[in-house]
Write a protein that binds this ligand. Structure first.
Ligand SMILES: CC(=O)CC(=O)SCCNC(=O)CCNC(=O)[C@H](O)C(C)(C)COP(=O)(O)OP(=O)(O)OC[C@H]1O[C@@H](n2cnc3c(N)ncnc32)[C@H](O)[C@@H]1OP(=O)(O)O
Length: 430
């Protein structure tokens, strides 16, 4: 059995995130992930090198994407003997890929690996309706002319040709992520003002980080885009307050709807990558160590039969991870909580402050308590940057590692909610 080794986060690279159906409308998952990987390879001089593994994924994938990570590696300047494969854990994909690579490095199974994620809602796969799809598949495998004619006869003009467009919805409830989050917002009494303030801060902080040049060595421009397109440095509480609610707007609680396009993350296209290695590998290759990857945890909630909110699993994963690591919620210099929706971040924080939740749901004697909000998403998060589902984890890992490197020492918490009632969390240290 190998001794567990320390895992270094060497750096990351992403492309600027674009609003859906705009700047990257003609680009595919492979194009976007390829661009993020090319930038990483160039930044860290990896051309021609055989990397232990590249692990990446996309939430929305075409069948033509096949093993997307491997296809992207074959199109890159990495040594083609680099193994690569896809994983999918909804919006936790990028972080889960990082955890997988980090764990293999820790166990001595890899010396260096790349984690990544990509999504483009502009190029989402469309499926034919089930009847038509099955008929066409049968037609394709028919062996005789007679058989072909018999099957073709079933293709009648009245056959519905309407495609099935992927919805941002939970298969078991039919509700969108936003509708689920709206229910959670009501349950935790998250008001509109608090959501809009969080959204405003996200834009202001992301804008300030760009001004400081924070992303200069974390991002490569792509197709002429140099900054996250969703960023609105000029937004204000007045503007945000004027937007009409878009989720939770029907039913008996419609009057209390608070979630708008401004305090919800937008549909986004983008990709990110992160380079991880053993500390020895980093030293041998004269590469910096921004931070160490130390702990991770996943959790799932039963939002189908139970009464827990769809996006509340991080509220469970974080305390479990803290218990394992022997830490409290206050032992962090930075908190990176993915802003799927402002209300979801605020509901998670409210749960950790609630004596009832912490006792009844987490089995704790005392609440986890509040966090210092000045340490939360200090360079903005998904409300401002956008949220290309599988790419968000890589964005956050690279951002947090660099924040820790700039600070010189410290500890950061990552928390990402994911569809299917899941949550993926991790700790970086320096
Ligand atoms: C998937 C997982 O596993 C877990 C998760 O992360 S869950 C989260 C997954 N993501 C989602 O569910 C995406 C949710 N978002 C959406 O569906 C859509 O973005 C949305 C329905 C909220 C809005 O869509 P839209 O109507 O096309 O937005 P958009 O046109 O950009 O904005 C509407 C208006 O608000 C304005 N606006 C938006 N943000 C603003 C801001 N920050 N400041 C000022 N104005 C703003 C826009 O300018 C626009 O105004 P006009 O109508 O005058 O042009």
């Amino acid at each position: 059995m190998q001794t567990v080794r320390r895992v270094a986060v060497i750096g990351g690279n992403r492309i600027p995130f674009a609003r859906s159906n705009s700047h990257y409308a003609r680009a595919s998952n492979a194009d976007l992930l390829g661009a993020a990987l090319d930038g990483l390879v160039a930044r860290f001089g990896l051309a021609g090198q055989r990397i232990g593994e590249v692990v990446a994924g996309a939430v929305l994938k075409h069948s033509r994407d096949f093993n997307l990570a491997r296809e992207v590696v074959l199109g890159s300047k990495l040594d083609p003997h680099t193994p690569a494969y896809d994983i999918q854990q909804a919006c936790g994909t990028g972080l889960e890929a990082t955890i997988l690579v980090a764990n293999k490095i820790a166990l001595g199974q890899l010396d260096v690996g790349i984690a990544g994620g990509v999504d483009t809602t502009s190029d989402a796969p469309l499926a034919l309706n089930e009847d038509l799809r099955r008929t066409l598949l049968q037609l394709n495998s028919a062996r005789t002319v007679g058989e072909r004619l018999r099957i073709a006869a079933r293709l009648r003009p009245h056959q519905p040709f309407k495609p099935e467009i992927p919805r941002n919805a939970e298969p078991r409830t039919g509700l969108s992520m936003g509708e689920h989050a709206a229910r959670t917002a009501l349950r935790w009494h998250i008001d509109r003002q608090a959501q809009d303030e969080l959204a405003l801060r996200s834009h202001q902080r992301l804008a300030a980080a760009y001004e400081k040049g924070f992303f200069d060595d974390l991002m490569t421009p792509y197709l002429g885009l140099t900054r996250d397109q969703n960023l609105r440095p000029d937004t204000s509480l007045e503007k945000l307050g004027s937007l009409r609610p878009v989720f939770g707007t029907s039913g008996p609680d419609a009057e209390q709807a608070t979630m708008t396009a401004g305090n919800s993350s937008p549909l986004t296209d983008g990709a990110s990558t992160v380079l991880l290695a053993s500390e020895e590998w980093a030293r041998e290759h004269h590469l910096p160590v921004l931070a160490r990857f130390s702990w991770s945890e996943t959790a799932a909630v039963d939002f189908v039969h139970g009464d827990e909110g769809l996006l509340m699993a991080p509220a469970y994963a974080v305390p479990r991870m803290l218990a394992r690591a022997g830490l409290t919620l206050r032992d962090f210099d930075f908190y990176e909580i993915h802003e799927a929706f402002a209300s979801q971040v605020l509901a998670t924080l409210a749960a950790w402050e609630s004596p009832e939740f912490c006792q009844e749901r987490l089995g704790l004697d005392a609440p986890l308590g509040p966090i210092d909000r000045d340490r939360l998403n200090v360079n903005g998060s998904s409300l401002a940057a956008g949220h290309p589902f599988a790419a968000t984890g890589g964005r956050i890992v690279a951002t947090l590692a660099k924040l820790l490197a700039e600070r010189g020492s410290g500890r950061g918490l990552i928390s990402i909610c994911a569809a299917g009632g899941q949550g993926v969390t991790a700790i970086l240290e320096r």
